[in-house]
Write a protein that binds this ligand. Structure first.
Ligand SMILES: [Ca+2]
Length: 329
């Protein structure tokens, strides 16, 4: 039985087999080398691909970052430009109001407490201007409770107590306010002179520094308080709480009658207040020091919007166009 050639040992197979076997080994060796070479090539190509991808990713992130920075810078520049434009338009609102108040000065009396003026002028797309003119003589002058010589103005202090009471605020706060303003250091209430300013208020906001005046009290009282003017109140423009505090004997019903009267016939002279039924006795007592029919001090708030960027300029000016207060925001 003949053995299968592949199972024969090499020394029995003869020269052909050895030659064949030698070639096979050589081919195998070549294959190994070729495989190693190809593998090396593949590895090198893979590494190059990864490096390329990393570079592309890096460049891409740089490009995105650059585009974002350009976007942010462009946006910031646009916002800045809009803000500048809004600021200028808000200031121009003050000039428009100045002209409006000059016309108002020619009238014998002032009869509008708050005037809202949406300005119709075309400033461009998405650009608006609104002006609010508020009569400061329609409010109670908080500084009037102390005379310029430092003594207490008892009538004005009594009016302030009545105003607070009408607004459901503790009326004794009027004493704390008086101590805050007056130059002496004698407390009307316990601790009411502690850290007191002992000088007139420069702003209604200063009321917040006074002990007992919290946010709620301030928001309740401040719409009816001013620090501008000589303390006289315009009976054509004052709101109900301010009219009620004009005199100890003034009732809410009388104050409402005043409002009803002026809606049909604005007061052209302070003495005309006696024409209101029930004011025959109180009216003459108010003439000298308490009431006027013409206002001299106005708060002007001009609000400009340019592409949703808002700028506000607020001022208080008198009818001689003296600026007493100016704020931009
Ligand atoms: Ca004091």
């Amino acid at each position: 039985m003949r053995k299968h050639p592949n199972t024969e040992p090499a020394y029995l197979a003869g020269p052909d087999y050895r030659l064949k076997n030698k070639k096979s080994k050589k081919n195998f060796k070549f294959c190994i080398l070729h495989f190693a070479f190809c593998n090396k090539l593949v590895n090198q190509a893979g590494s190059a691909l990864i490096v390329t991808l990393l570079i592309v990713a890096l460049l891409l992130s740089l490009a995105v970052e650059f585009a974002y920075e350009v976007y942010v810078d462009t946006n910031a520049l646009s916002n800045w430009s809009n803000a500048q434009k809004a600021s200028l338009i808000a200031k121009s609102g003050q000039t428009l109001s100045y002209n409006y108040l000059k016309d108002m000065k020619q009238l014998p009396y002032t009869f509008e407490g708050v005037t809202d003026l949406p300005v119709q002028k075309d400033f461009g797309p998405a650009t608006f201007l609104t002006i609010k003119i508020e009569d400061e003589n329609s409010k109670f002058n908080i500084n009037s409770i102390i005379h310029p010589n430092g003594l207490t103005n008892e009538k004005a202090l009594s009016s302030l107590k009545k105003l607070l009471e009408y607004l459901n605020v503790n009326p004794t706060l009027a004493m704390a306010i008086a101590d805050w303003i007056d130059p002496d250091h004698e407390p009307r209430l316990r601790n009411s002179e502690d850290n007191a300013k002992n000088s007139f208020l420069w702003s209604v906001d200063e009321l917040r520094f006074i002990r007992g005046i919290d946010k709620n009290v301030f928001e309740t009282v401040s719409p009816f308080i001013t620090i501008y003017g000589d303390g006289k109140i315009n009976i054509n423009t004052a709101k109900l709480p301010v009219l009620v505090c004009l005199h100890d004997d003034m009732t809410e019903m009388l104050a409402k009658r005043i409002i009803g009267y002026r809606q049909n016939t604005p007061f052209e002279h302070p003495s005309h207040i006696v024409r209101v039924s029930g004011m025959e006795t109180i009216g003459p007592q108010l003439l000298l020091t308490k009431i006027v029919v013409k206002s001299y001090n106005f708060r002007v708030t001009s609000n400009a919007t340019v592409n949703e960027i808002v700028r506000v300029v607020e001022s208080v000016m008198d009818t001689s166009m003296n600026i007493q207060y100016w704020r931009e925001g």
